[in-house]
Ligand binder design. Structure first.
Ligand code: SF4
Ligand code: SF4
Length: 320
């Protein structure tokens, strides 16, 4: 990436409170880390899966890089801010151990801000200093980072659980992961190729076929898997039959249907009115349940997310 391009991006990202780690990774304070420590309101993943929001690092190993340019993405994309770069290749690969250490340091810096807050829950603050969960999901496509399996293993060795979110366009990378995450998410945000091209704007022509390959191999993973659908009003909340076929192909442990949120750089591409209400997300989930045989087993209206599964209740992976 050219120097002035990098400087423009960096400025914008710092304004949005990204903490850069090495040359292609970043940590950002999740809203729910704050809510948990200050207002005792954890995120829906604590409610569903037991991972603790106040002990969670939200990071990415591929800050500027992805194989898609989803309209609803909060990532800075090439072309936003009048700067462009090759999004498909991470030019210099930082070692996994350096990224893990950098993430711990960034999280510690984030937590320093709570020391002066009179509403800080001190028990949670102390616990937060030893993170137990990492969401490898902030922005970008993590499978573009070649040693992703080693990064996951390095986090596990430090005692963290890992939730990995991928857009599924690089099935070979996923199938060759040297270490599975604790839970694997694949984003499925379109029911067919035509809508996929419109909403997810892939960077290469065979991306839809590749995503379908990933869905085919999903049941070969040993960890719990989730198909995540980010729903945008008037864009991808229809054709439930076709979504149901994709779900049947993948046979995931869970489906998470979630409303698009009008935040980050997505503001440049979509209006506020594109966010569905929780009731609309639930209505979509009910239609999907009827077509797939999955059951609605939980929901979090404050995050506009509905959880479906064939299990009666989700598996808690978070421990104490
Ligand atoms: S699991 Fe996700 S939503 Fe919950 S605290 Fe971590 S990054 Fe935030
Ligand atoms: S796949 Fe994820 S990171 Fe990539 S453009 Fe879409 S939402 Fe953004």
């Amino acid at each position: 990436m050219e120097k002035n391009t990098a400087a423009t991006l960096l400025g914008a990202l710092k304004k949005q409170k990204y903490h850069l780690v090495g040359s292609h990774s970043a940590v950002k304070r999740c809203k729910w880390l704050y809510e948990s420590i200050i207002n005792d309101r954890p995120c829906y993943k604590q409610k569903f899966y037991g991972v603790k929001s106040h002990r969670c690092i939200q990071m990415t190993p591929s800050l500027y890089y992805c194989t898609q340019q989803c309209l609803f993405c909060w990532r800075a994309q090439s072309g936003d801010l009048q700067v462009t770069w090759d999004e498909m290749k991470i030019p210099k690969i930082d070692p996994p151990e350096t990224i893990v250490e950098g993430c711990f340091e960034a999280q510690e810096k984030i937590l320093t801000g709570y020391k002066g807050n009179p509403k800080t829950n001190w028990r949670k603050f102390q616990e937060a200093l030893t993170p137990k969960q990492v969401a490898i999901s902030l922005t970008g496509e993590p499978t573009l980072y070649e040693p992703l399996g080693e990064l996951i293993r390095a986090f596990h060795q430090k005692g963290l659980t890992t939730f990995l979110v991928s857009n599924g366009t690089l099935p070979t990378k996923l199938s060759k992961l040297s270490q599975e995450p604790t839970q694997l998410y694949i984003s499925v945000c379109a029911p067919n190729e035509q809508i996929y091209k419109q909403v997810c704007r892939p960077e290469f022509p065979s991306a839809w076929a590749k995503l379908n390959e990933t869905l085919d191999l999903l049941s070969s993973f040993h960890c719990p898997t989730a198909v995540r659908m980010t729903l945008v009003k008037e864009l991808n909340m229809h054709n439930v039959d076709e979504y149901a076929k994709l779900v049947k192909k993948a046979n995931p442990t869970y489906i998470e249907t979630k409303a698009y949120m009008h935040i980050g750089f997505s503001n440049l591409r979509l209006g506020f009115e594109r966010m569905p209400m929780h009731g609309e997300v639930k209505d979509f989930a009910q239609q999907l349940a009827a077509k797939t045989g999955y059951m609605i087993i939980d929901e979090a209206p404050e995050s506009r997310v509905v959880l479906l599964s064939r299990l009666q209740k989700p598996i808690h992976v978070g421990g104490d």
